[in-house]
Write a protein that binds this ligand. Structure first.
Ligand SMILES: Cc1cc2nc3c(=O)[nH]c(=O)nc-3n(C[C@H](O)[C@H](O)[C@H](O)COP(=O)(O)OP(=O)(O)OC[C@H]3O[C@@H](n4cnc5c(N)ncnc54)[C@H](O)[C@@H]3O)c2cc1C
Length: 390
């Protein structure tokens, strides 16, 4: 068992941290912290991150991917501001979903711009009536000659308003809305290029990650060339599950990054702030809060990195990924709550920045499977009893 990062891994982490300070933070600071960034700013950030291999970390080099080990990807993800981290995750997992099942012509058509971060991608799975149970998708697609016509609404789509293309997950015609029929699976991935197949996209305001883009997408008779359909009709779930697996510890590491920044801020604060004539850092109850934060953060980090390391070894690590996701997002959120407590009233204001970290972290217990869904995945693996469809 080895608990130290290698020299190369340390270098990757340091490089990412420096790059964020040098090239990412100034762009974020130049824009309203509570408004979605314009697409041009997003593309600038993507260009800055492209040399780290983040546009297509899961793809092989022959198609322009960086084939980054998952562990290295996780080390970088921890350093990224959350709104950007979730955007990159959405972009690159969409790119991976295209790669998995695309024929050679589709790969040639879609991948080159995506792997360079010249265009932005998103995945449309969730809908107003569809969240934790993606098999119940209501968006419909039907063949009309050499086109596919899509009708339906997608909700909570990261990158939705700034994306050039979406992998829309829809039930191909023939599927009924009832579950028995849907079970035969007609759930299919379709690449929708916004310039050629326009759709409506609106921002949805949420508690955190406000420089990012959480969107509602409406397809009304949206016409897409039939050659944009990926893989076999009905095979979407497999590609989604494969990408969700690694996404879980990666989202966990976003939470770790937020909580670590909060702990660093606390350590500086308790050495300055005085009450009762003493630094608050000398009070045992304050030290207890710091100690608890540290334990929650470090345990979270280790679980996430372990899940990713197992994936690098080729293990499926479903249980480990699910554990890492719920534990890290919930515990880092609690660590942020403690960080605000350490700062007293000033921790609640927007001057210190903790409330923003807290609001960002609050977003992370939901995507890529809620905390409850992660528990069900773990429970199923532990007991062998299936408590929900997976
Ligand atoms: C920041 C963020 C980014 C996102 N990005 C995307 C994206 O890019 N693309 C996309 O398609 N979607 C995206 N989503 C949507 C996300 O995938 C869904 O929000 C998530 O799957 C949960 O669905 P829901 O919100 O509809 O909640 P629901 O599924 O309605 O769940 C509501 C509550 O019920 C619980 N619950 C549901 N089923 C069970 C069960 N069987 N047993 C016990 N409890 C259960 C849940 O845990 C939750 O507490 C994003 C969401 C967020 C917050």
């Amino acid at each position: 068992m080895e608990f130290r990062l290698t020299e190369e891994q340390r270098m990757i982490k340091d490089t990412a941290r420096d790059l964020v300070a040098r090239e990412i933070e100034p762009v974020l600071a130049a824009h309203d912290r509570d408004r979605p960034l314009p697409q041009a700013a997003m593309l600038k950030l993507y260009a800055a991150l492209e040399p780290l291999g983040l546009m297509a970390p899961r793809l092989p080099e022959e198609v322009g991917g960086s084939a980054l080990p998952y562990l290295s990807y996780g080390l970088i993800m921890e350093q990224l501001p959350a709104a950007l981290g979730i955007s990159i995750l959405s972009h690159e997992s969409t790119t991976t979903r295209i790669y998995l099942g695309a024929d050679e012509e589709q790969k040639r058509r879609f991948l080159p711009a995506l792997v360079k971060g010249k265009t932005i991608a998103c995945s449309g799975i969730s809908e107003p009536n569809v969240g934790s149970d993606p098999r119940a998708i209501e968006t419909r697609a039907r063949r009309e000659g050499d086109q596919v016509v899509i009708d339906g609404t997608k909700l909570w789509i990261t990158n939705g308003t700034v994306a050039d293309l979406m992998v829309a997950v829809a039930a191909m015609a023939g599927a009924g809305l009832d579950r028995a029929e849907a079970k035969k699976s007609t759930i299919t991935r379709i690449v929708v290029e916004r310039a050629h197949s326009p759709y409506q996209a609106h921002e949805v305001a949420a508690i955190g990650m406000r420089q990012g883009h959480l969107s509602e997408i409406v397809f009304e008779g949206c016409r897409v060339p039939a050659r944009n359909v990926l893989g076999e009709p009905g095979d979407a779930h497999q590609a989604l599950t494969l990408t969700w697996l690694a996404n879980r510890p990666l989202v966990g590491l976003m939470a770790v990054g937020l909580a670590q920044r909060a702990l660093d801020a606390c350590l500086a604060y308790v050495g300055m702030r005085k009450q009762f004539g003493r630094h608050i850092g000398s009070f045992q109850l304050v030290q207890q809060m710091l100690s608890e934060m540290l334990a929650r953060i470090e345990a979270s980090r280790l679980l996430c990195l372990r899940a990713l390391a197992l994936m690098d070894e080729g293990a499926r690590s479903n249980k480990e990924a699910a554990t890492a996701k719920w534990f890290a997002t919930e515990n880092c959120l609690h660590a942020l709550h403690l960080a605000m407590q350490v700062h007293g009233a000033s921790g609640l204001t927007d001057e210190v920045g903790l409330e923003r970290l807290f609001r960002d972290a609050r977003m992370l217990t939901i995507p890529d499977g809620t905390t409850q869904i992660q528990h069900l995945i773990v429970g199923q693996e532990l007991t062998g009893f299936r408590s929900f469809r997976s």
